[in-house]
Design a protein around this ligand. Structure first.
Ligand code: MN
Length: 459
């Protein structure tokens, strides 16, 4: 009967919170736990073990280290002792929907002169936690409303704030990281905590979460396209470029491609799970062909990669990209812009041509036109020596077998950047390496390449 309230407020088919059962244990030591809870209103839940349950208080401002503060503590329904291990998310719309972080735990003991009376109070007690220590008092003033006050002892402070502690004592995660945690039903990641980007503190799990977030947006660009990936099982600086050594799996398709005297196996991703499977195998960067495997000799994407020399400033790069766009506009070729994640920008044009030769010629002619108009600024010469102070217009990706970075692919580059579709109007406000795995989330509401495959193609 004790946890009736607790159980009736929750739908355990939807929430991962533990089902309430009273558990009287023999151990005399009483546990306490504090959970930081971001729901409709942010608060800290103080739970004190008593008679086989946690007597619980929601403390809107959380406990204070300063004896002068009187913190409102609202008594809520008793919680089961198993709740003391709970950390995670509660679905939106459910009771307490939001994020729960294990903020502190340890033992508590009522002061000797008191037999705690949770109907009336006051209750004086000592906490032995990781973050909270020393004596406190709970005073009831009306109905379920109590005050939580720090007693004067060795642990008081008028400068220390509980907001200084932003990570879980259980998992070390921040609220944001708890929120981003994968639905465990979906997938078990191997080595989830392995740091792939050391300096940026990005783990394999972060990368899996990212691809889960963008897989739907990426899929149209991967659909039936042969891929190569960059794998980095040992992190950023030890990456390996893979062309074809993919694992056979139902989410990947295999295609044998004949070229001159060579016969090679290539792979393509069949569905969103295929992306995640590849990430699971440590493929973190995805590169795509310009044609589809089922019409392999008919490229449908034209790609330009504007790659500036190191000491060129960004405004020159942007002018170069704008210049290329104006040429494409004149030719009535609708073009789309994305950041490279490195120093330059990529321009894609959806196209229908009858051969690779034709596509390559169009790309080459446009690139050469730019060089002719401005030979001091542009070059199509790949050699580093010839590129000094210039923008290299890389049109060489328009050949059978060549690849370009897939939209929304993570780059194995400093900062964990993304090759991200942007609007043309953003050319002068977004730098090629501005969008990263850490800040892309808000952008995903936008879809700058929305009509890429549906708009009428040029041919
Ligand atoms: Mn709560």
């Amino acid at each position: 009967m004790k946890l009736k309230d607790y159980n009736s407020k929750r739908n355990f088919n939807k929430s991962n919170e533990p089902i309430g059962k009273v558990k009287n244990k023999k151990n005399k030591k009483l546990k306490f736990v504090i959970q930081h809870h971001i729901s409709r209103k942010e608060h800290y839940d103080l739970r004190l073990e008593w008679d086989g349950v946690y007597i619980s208080f929601a403390v809107p401002k959380g406990p204070s280290f300063n004896p002068k503060d009187k913190r409102l503590a609202i008594m809520v329904e008793d919680h089961p002792l198993s709740y003391g291990n709970f950390e995670g998310t509660i679905p939106k719309g459910e009771y307490g929907g939001g994020i729960v972080m294990l903020w502190d735990k340890g033992y508590w003991a009522p002061h000797k002169e008191y037999k705690p009376n949770f109907d009336k109070g006051p209750i004086k007690f000592t906490l032995k936690g990781n973050r909270l220590k020393g004596s406190w008092t709970l005073v009831k003033f009306k109905k379920n409303n109590w005050l939580l006050i720090k007693e004067v002892d060795d642990y008081i402070s008028n400068t220390k704030k509980i907001s200084e502690f932003t990570t879980s004592i259980k998992s070390g995660r921040t609220m944001k990281e708890i929120k981003n945690k994968l639905n465990p039903l979906k997938l078990n990641i191997s080595n989830p905590d392995k740091l792939i980007f050391k300096k940026e503190k990005i783990t394999k799990k972060d990368i899996v979460n990212y691809y889960n977030l963008v897989s739907k947006k990426m899929m149209p660009f991967l659909d039936n396209r042969l891929i190569s990936t960059v794998r980095a099982p040992n992190g950023l600086n030890k990456s390996i470029f893979y062309m074809k050594h993919f694992n056979n799996n139902k989410n990947l398709g295999k295609k044998v491609v004949n070229s001159n005297d060579d016969k090679s196996d290539y792979y393509y991703i069949k569905n969103e799970q295929g992306i995640i499977d590849e990430v699971q195998m440590n493929s973190y960067e995805f590169h795509i062909w310009g044609s589809k495997q089922n019409s392999i000799n008919y490229p449908d994407i034209l790609v330009f990669d504007l790659d500036p020399d190191d000491n060129l400033n960004i405004s020159e790069v942007r002018d170069g990209v704008a210049n290329l766009k104006s040429i494409l506009d004149k030719l009535k070729l609708k073009s789309y812009l994305k950041t490279s994640g490195g120093k330059g920008y990529h321009i894609y044009v959806p196209l229908d041509t009858s051969s690779w030769k034709k596509t390559e010629k169009i790309a080459k002619d446009i690139a050469n036109l730019m060089v002719e108009n401005n030979p001091n600024k542009y070059t199509t010469n790949m050699r580093k020596q010839k590129r000094k102070g210039k923008i290299f217009i890389d049109y060489f990706r328009n050949k059978k077998g060549a690849t370009s970075v897939c939209p929304y692919s993570l780059r194995l580059k400093k900062g964990a950047t993304i090759s991200c579709p942007i609007y043309w109007k953003e050319l002068y406000t977004i730098k090629p390496n501005d969008i990263t795995i850490k800040n892309i989330k808000d952008r995903l509401k936008k879809d700058p390449w929305k009509n890429f495959f549906t708009a009428k193609k040029s041919s």
